[in-house]
Ligand binder design. Sequence first.
Ligand code: NAI
Length: 349
Amino acid sequence: MTVPNLLPPESIHQIVDEAGGVVGAIVIDSTILGPAAGGCRLWYYATEAEMITDAKRLARGMSYKNAMAGLPFGGGKAVLNKPLGNFDRHALYARLGDTIETLGGQYVTAEDVGSTLADMAVVKTRTRYVSGLEAKANLAGGDPSVMTALGVYESMKLVAETHFGLPLNGATVAVQGTGNVGTNLCRYLRAAGAKLVIADVDTARVAALGAELGARVVGVEEILSVEADILAPCALGAILNSVTIPRLSVKFVCGAANNQLAIESDGEALLARGIVYVPDYVVNAGGIINATAEYLGESDALVRQRVDQIPARVCDIIARAKAQNEPTSRIADAMAQSIILQRSNKLLA
Ligand code: NAI
């Protein structure tokens, strides 16, 4: 995702261990639409500055994602610096919980890359401002990747039909990454009659899925250049860049991975190649829709309703981008900013 700097984040909070060392940070980007919601990333950072830079970028992304999903939440993110070697995981997430508690509900956390349901259970022992826990009957909750995959699948189907006259039945879809989201997405696609080409660095996992679904398995270096109708990035960020974009051989890109564009101008490069890019943070909102509904104690039916609204939103962005001959990424960012600004003006009025 491209994240232009309109305003600085509202606040930045260090997470400090018992010995006084900085082990993480929470960035509250915006609370204009509601409490800042966004998961906690556990990752290796060389310096505190690098960690804060990543948290700021991710928190801004959450402000845009939540705004576009129509959620009553602003954007924020927690990051924890993953120690090399063994570390006391329980103590680390307990400190995160303590720090969140001091913010009095301004920031609500959940899982992100590196964090698990068990970690969130530890956070829950220190604060109630946490989501991504066990699901309860008829209520939202549990593994968010199911709803993320559903939103991606439904959007892909509508974009293919509306903008390309292409039914998914018989279409070829290349899926990069067959983890939680990628696997669910592949199952939806196979049920719809799509032909699948899949790749993952986890060769055992991708082979098993290939056998289950009759998908063609290719190497990870090949997946971004295979001839297909659609590319679904479901692994890492920054995979649409100056090296990969010239090699793409698809009509459009629609996947769950966060931050797919390496830099803002990659949106223009895709437009110049005539490849439609479905903005990642709009199409992959199913996970945060699920997590925030869980936090509010809402029903799983409401989650489904909100996820069902994603495809029309995606098609609206593509239509506006076509009309203005602008990258879809820029249109989405402008729409998100406008939602936040309108609310801000209302609050000030
Ligand atoms: P995951 O960790 O379950 O799956 C990622 C998969 O990508 C793994 O199987 C991994 O082996 C594979 N992978 C890593 N490097 C690769 C490479 N170079 N080539 C091919 N495969 C590679 O993660 P999950 O939950 O499926 O998420 C996938 C993406 O979607 C991530 O970028 C995540 O941030 C994003 N996302 C996930 C949401 C969710 O609800 N889980 C919500 C919104 C975004």
